[in-house]
Design a protein around this ligand. Structure first.
Ligand code: ATP
Length: 320
């Protein structure tokens, strides 16, 4: 079966009651997911992005069986998640960046021992998986440390290991690099890449960090107002949104806006200038041009954020 995850016209409607007066309440429907259809093949690594409130978490919750769809058809590994949640749990792993599934006051290893029993992982396989994950995620010195004493990056690596001890075929990751420093982000990304290529684990990744997607996913799906608005490559998304990167330039002294062909100055503050250029274009020729003609002290490149890319995508649609 090539479609490992399959959604067909999936909907999720929440009914919310709002107090509108002393005794009056108003009922309102929130369509969190609306006629959503997509498939993910076994072994794919897909970015699932969208602005706040777009319906990403609701989708993930339906894929794990925590929420039941209001309509449509949804299958993961041939299983209807909300009907057979426990059977599915043995085949999926979930990591929420903002929450931990680890036992806060206990040493890290105790959460793993619990997973060992909960998922009834055969002893030999548990040992083998634990050794491999401890090595790859650099958890060696941390197993006896209570979770509450771990740094955010260490805790995240601990959470990822916990989600993988039972060898799930698919891993859902919700903001796995949120709040992490550059070194920790790199560790997590390197590990996920290896997991996907070496073990063929299917990965669905929700993130606000475009670099997560850039470095890990060949395919990206964008959801907005519960609907799929884009499904394709990241380069295609940049094109659709005509997104721009920003080169921040520190000059030796205050100067009028610099004049270069490959970019336009969008802001000047003292000796610092901000230059926007197309995201699909290399910064190298631009930097060379600037360095040849202006007294530079420092440079840095800022990536567009997901919200900006999506906003521009809509602006394009509105004028076309
Ligand atoms: N249990 C609930 N009851 C009522 N409304 C809900 C519930 N859960 C989510 N919603 C609403 O459904 C919509 C989609 O929410 P969801 O959490 O799926 O978005 P998201 O894309 O994950 O956003 P974020 O990036 O902020 O986490 C929002 O309007 C949200 O307020």
């Amino acid at each position: 079966m090539s479609d490992f995850i399959a959604l067909e016209n999936v909907e999720k409607v929440f009914e919310v009651r709002r107090k509108t007066g002393f005794l009056k309440r108003e009922r309102r429907e929130v369509r969190a997911v609306d006629a959503l259809s997509f498939t993910v093949a076994r072994g794919e690594m897909v970015g699932y992005i969208g602005p706040n409130g777009a319906g990403k978490s609701t989708t993930i919750k339906m894929l794990t069986g925590i929420l039941t769809p209001s309509g449509g058809r949804l299958r993961v590994a041939g299983i209807d998640p909300s009907r057979e949640r426990m059977r599915l749990a043995h085949r999926i792993g979930v990591v929420f960046g903002q929450r931990t599934t680890l036992w806060w006051d206990l040493p890290l290893i105790d959460s793993y021992r619990l997973a060992h029993r909960m998922y009834r992982i055969p002893d030999a396989r548990y040992r083998e998986n634990l050794d491999r994950l401890v090595e790859l995620l650099d958890l060696g010195g941390l197993l006896d440390v209570p979770v509450r004493q771990l740094s955010l990056g260490q805790r995240m690596r601990g959470d990822i290991a916990a989600a993988l001890l039972h060898d799930p075929e698919v891993l859902y990751l919700d903001e796995p690099t949120i709040g992490l420093d550059v070194v920790s982000k790199t560790k997590v990304r390197d590990f996920l890449r290896e997991l996907n290529t070496e073990r063929g684990t299917t990965v669905l990744l929700t993130t606000h960090d475009l670099q997560d997607i850039e470095q890990l996913c060949s395919r990206v799906m964008v959801i907005d107002h519960g609907r799929l608005v884009y499904d394709g490559t990241l380069a295609g998304l940049h094109e659709a949104g005509e997104s721009e990167r920003t080169l921040v330039v520190d000059l030796e002294r205050e100067l009028p806006p610099v004049e270069v062909t490959a970019a336009r100055v969008v802001k000047v503050e003292g000796a610092r200038q901000w230059l926007a250029f197309p995201a699909g274009q290399s910064a190298a020729p631009l930097v060379a041009d600037l360095a040849a003609r202006y007294p530079l002290l420092d440079l840095s490149v800022r990536e567009p954020d997901i919200e900006a890319v999506i906003a521009r995508m809509y602006a394009e649609k509105a004028v076309s």
